[in-house]
Design a protein around this ligand. Structure first.
Ligand code: AN7
Length: 379
């Protein structure tokens, strides 16, 4: 039997569209190539004729979409001779930075808000041997400090202000277009720093242009780090919709938020780093921003877990929570195809999952009659 081609990560797969050389040492954990799952039950419950797909980014190696950007950022950091990387994080970036630094054999420094990151993410950062610096402040404070310290120490910033991050993350859009045969009509994402919504738009623009390259207007996003220029739009592009948690929704307020708060700690961000590009994505794509309450976010997380068998973290469910509301009101019309990005795995944050479970545990003695009763009572 001939050897089947092994999947070796998104840089290898999309090498011709990413800023790498033939002899670049690729730092990969096999990220990307995540499932695009068509929802079967939720559209029926909602009672609308829509095709909803969820892009399950929680199935990346460290359990979030951050791996797409981190494989690129760490690959380039190593290529440029860097021995240490640094990031501020609400949790997932730190987990990815820690893992890819371990893989590369370099040091990761991660600044996290004290007490405000989910348990799974903290476990990852610690387990992969990164230097975890807890700050008495939030993500935005951490981001400011990272920028300041990177000026004075030999460390490469791997937050999404590093342009290679968005280059890696744009590949999620490539995968979606290849799988559906076209772009969806709407693409819904949770928005924190707004790096991911920007990256997806870069990806869709590149894919939809005549030459397979991206269109000139979109070049403003890649800061010269992609390999293409020019080309007219021939394929369709989605309307990009960014949903924020109501307690940390600077795009809804039209201004930075100084004390962001939400149960969705991953997007507890008040000073988004990709502020300008996110507004451009909204304008160019004809999309919009909206906000979801914590209750709506948790309800969507639970609905997805209970009705479709898909477990994502609270922040990720923001995309579905917002989409379902817009489908119900008709803002997203029937007949539409919709992709919701589920940015992180539910196992990242077991505390929030257990805390909101409504079905009580059934406690019994280790005896047949008691177990049988528990089953028959709950059929
Ligand atoms: C699960 O890890 O910013 O709008 O420091 O972890 O690109 O910022 C996480 C962000 C959505 C928002 N969903 O993405 C970090 C961090 C999850 C996330 C977002 C994040 P961006």
């Amino acid at each position: 039997m001939p050897f089947r081609t092994r999947y070796t990560g998104l840089i290898d797969r999309y090498r011709d569209r990413l800023p790498v050389h033939d002899d670049t040492r690729i730092i990969s954990l096999g990220e990307g190539n995540t499932p695009l799952i068509r929802l079967n039950n939720i559209p029926r419950i909602v009672g609308k004729e829509v095709d909803i797909y969820v892009k399950y980014e929680g199935l990346n190696p460290t359990g979030s979409f951050k791996d797409r950007g981190m494989t690129m950022a760490v690959t380039k950091a190593v290529e440029e001779g860097s021995k240490a990387i640094i990031c501020a994080s609400t949790g997932n970036t730190s987990a990815a930075a820690a893992a890819y630094a371990a893989r590369a054999g370099i040091t990761a420094f991660v600044l996290i808000p004290d007490g405000k990151i989910a348990m799974g993410k903290l476990a990852q950062a610690m387990m992969h041997g990164s230097v975890v610096i807890q700050i008495k402040g939030n993500f935005d404070d951490g981001m400011r400090l990272v920028k300041e310290v990177a000026d004075q120490a030999p460390v490469t910033i791997v937050n999404s202000i590093n342009p290679y991050r968005l280059q890696g993350q744009k590949t999620a859009a490539f995968e979606i277009v290849e799988e559906l045969g076209r772009a969806p009509d709407y693409h819904c994402l949770p928005v924190g720093n707004a790096g991911n919504i920007t990256a997806h738009w870069i990806g869709y623009c590149e894919y939809s242009s005549a030459s397979g390259d991206h269109v000139t207007e979109a070049c403003t996003f890649c800061k010269g780090h992609c390999k293409y220029a020019g080309g007219a739009v021939v394929g369709n592009r989605p309307k990009m919709i960014g949903y924020q948690a109501a307690g940390s929704a600077p795009f809804m307020r039209g201004a930075m938020v100084d004390d962001p708060e939400t149960v969705a700690t991953a997007i507890r961000i008040g000073h988004p780093q990709s502020w300008d590009s996110a507004w451009k994505v909204k304008e160019e794509s004809g999309g919009w921003f909206d906000e979801c309450t914590d209750a709506e976010i948790l309800a969507a997380q639970k609905l997805l877990a209970e009705k479709e068998g898909v477990f994502c973290e609270p922040a990720s469910a923001t995309s579905l929570a917002g989409a379902l509301r817009d489908i119900q009101t008709g803002k997203i019309p029937e007949g539409s195809s919709i992709v919701c990005t589920l940015t992180g795995h539910g196992l990242k944050d077991p505390d929030t999952a257990i805390a909101q479970s409504t079905r009580p545990l059934v406690n019994v003695e280790a005896k047949l009659d008691q177990v049988k009763r528990a089953i028959l009572d709950n059929m």
